[in-house]
Design a protein around this ligand. Structure first.
Ligand SMILES: Nc1ncnc2c1ncn2[C@@H]1O[C@H](COP(=O)(O)OP(=O)(O)O)[C@@H](O)[C@H]1O
Ligand SMILES: [Mg+2]
Length: 474
């Protein structure tokens, strides 16, 4: 009989498993975003809890058929971190370096996953303070069944980085990856993803370039009037389970709905359509931008998104020093919708959305000029500035730790003149040929909506009548 107590079963993960599992569920673009996230985490750590001046940092990405590289000046990797954490697959429970920082790295896989998604080896060079060293992950290491430690080599004078920072080079690209890197559609997808995901950092001055092209941020903003009784977005802010949840919903344009005869340039219309819907930030990274699906509540006890709502923009932000509490998946570009914090936020998001859906319904069939005048003094602001401005209003509710402002309850939502309490409805029918004729003479198009044509007629006569009244009174 064998001695059972001496037999042991091997229970370590294989490299093959790690590499194929890790890289399967992430897109190539998202894997690259993970590397940029590391640069930002680096900048944040360099500030030691102080304010980060993002305009002093750069991230340069180069990609082509031969290689991928990313270089930054975001502080570099301390040798102790390289020895004990950075090249491990997964974070150790004792790794509590970031308890004081709103970093986004949490699983300890991003860098390795990005490298193995692209190729079979990489060189990571870094300069931390005056310590310059390199770590090369080779395909031999990958093929070797054992989890051998990877050598750390001092950088020689020629390869030493000039500034504190990190450079990662992947020069053994998989053929499919090399193909993507020469494809314009992929490069545009990556640039858009960067413009969206890192918009807050780009707006604060961070420079990110892809093949020499500097990426411009996209602006997700809502309109807020500076007048105390002027129109303002819905606002809600509360700390839930260690996460600061901030929500605002409002209009992205005071011009009303864009129509075909609109004088607004195309790009302006496109921009409002992109940022319409919901944008979700987690510790300043945009996880989703302009979502118009059920995910963010559309079609779930409120109407499905459609063109009428393209002037509505909602922004939610989750902030925490405990990155694992954020409702975000490991790819950082998808929401963890089962999280309780997300579900609580969704209730408030819908409450705010309802206000503006009603607004678009109320203004349907009213001339755009009447709507525009209410918004002339409104500023287009990102989430934080919008909340700050609204919370200055006396009517904003501030019970310990909660800010809440519902523009409908506070009666600051613009109402068409015809819906004032003293208003009466005028309804009449005319042959369509006549309506078209009047439409052409008033709007230079045969196809203005009958309600708008009738309304304009009344407006013209009203103006005449009020002039007569004035001269009569003199
Ligand atoms: N560009 C960089 N600048 C500074 N530190 C970096 C950089 N890239 C990687 N690191 C270090 O490597 C570690 C591992 O990175 P990663 O695999 O993405 O996991 P995580 O970000 O979840 O910790 C980071 O925690 C960080 O200490
Ligand atoms: Mg990371």
């Amino acid at each position: 009989m064998s001695n059972e107590s001496q037999d042991v079963a091997i229970a370590i993960p294989t490299k093959q498993f790690f590499v194929s599992m890790l890289t399967r569920d992430i897109s190539l673009a998202d894997a690259i975003l993970d590397l940029v996230d590391n640069c930002l985490d680096g900048a944040l750590r360099s500030a030691h809890g102080g304010q980060v001046d993002y305009s002093s940092y750069f991230v340069k990405i180069t990609l082509n058929a031969e290689f991928f590289s990313i270089e930054d000046n975001c502080g570099g990797i301390p040798r102790e971190v390289a020895k004990n954490y950075a090249f491990k697959m997964g974070r150790e429970p004792d790794d509590n370096r970031d308890s004081e920082n709103e970093t986004i790295g949490m699983y300890g896989v991003g860098m390795k996953r990005a490298i193995f998604k692209m190729g079979r080896g990489a060189k990571v060079s870094t300069l931390y303070q005056d310590d310059a060293f390199e770590v090369s992950i080779t395909s031999d290491w990958l093929d070797n069944k054992d989890w051998e430690p990877i050598p750390i080599r001092d950088a020689d004078a020629s390869s030493r980085l000039q500034e504190s920072g990190t450079a990662i080079l992947v020069d053994t690209l998989y053929p499919g990856v090399a193909k993507h890197f020469t494809n314009d559609a992929f490069k545009n997808e990556l640039k858009t993803a960067i413009a969206e995901h890192f918009t807050m950092f780009l707006q604060r001055g961070l420079s990110i370039s892809v093949n020499g092209q500097v990426i411009e941020p996209i602006h997700v903003e809502v309109l807020v009037s500076e007048e105390v009784n002027g129109p303002a977005p819905y606002v809600f802010e509360k700390t839930i389970d260690g996460v600061l949840v901030s929500i605002t919903v409002g209009l992205n344009t005071g011009r009303g709905l864009a129509s075909d005869d609109d004088e607004a340039p195309d790009f302006e219309r496109d921009r409002s359509a992109i940022t319409a819907g919901w944008t979700v930030f987690c510790n300043d990274r945009a996880v989703i931008v302009g979502d118009k699906s059920r995910l963010t509540g559309w079609g779930d006890s409120i109407p499905l998104y459609h063109y009428q709502f393209s002037i509505i923009t909602g922004i939610v932000e989750f902030r925490s020093k405990l990155a694992e509490k954020l409702p975000v998946t490991t790819t950082k570009r998808a929401l963890d919708t089962s999280s309780d914090i997300w579900l609580q936020a969704l209730v408030k998001m819908k409450e705010g959305m309802r206000v503006w859906i009603d607004y678009t319904n109320t203004w349907k069939n009213h001339p755009r000029s009447e709507q525009t005048q209410h918004w002339e003094k409104a500023k287009s602001l990102p989430l934080r500035d919008a909340i700050e401005l609204v919370s200055k209003r006396e009517k904003a509710q501030k019970i310990v730790g909660i800010i809440e402002f519902n523009p409908k309850k506070q009666h600051v939502i613009p109402i068409p003149p015809t819906q004032k309490p003293s208003s009466r409805r005028i309804v009449f029918s005319r042959p369509i040929e006549q309506i078209k004729m009047v439409s052409k003479s008033l709007f230079d198009t045969y196809d203005e909506q009958p309600g708008v044509v009738g309304d304009k007629c009344f407006e013209i006569v009203l103006l005449e009548a009020s002039k007569l009244e004035e001269t009569g009174n003199e």
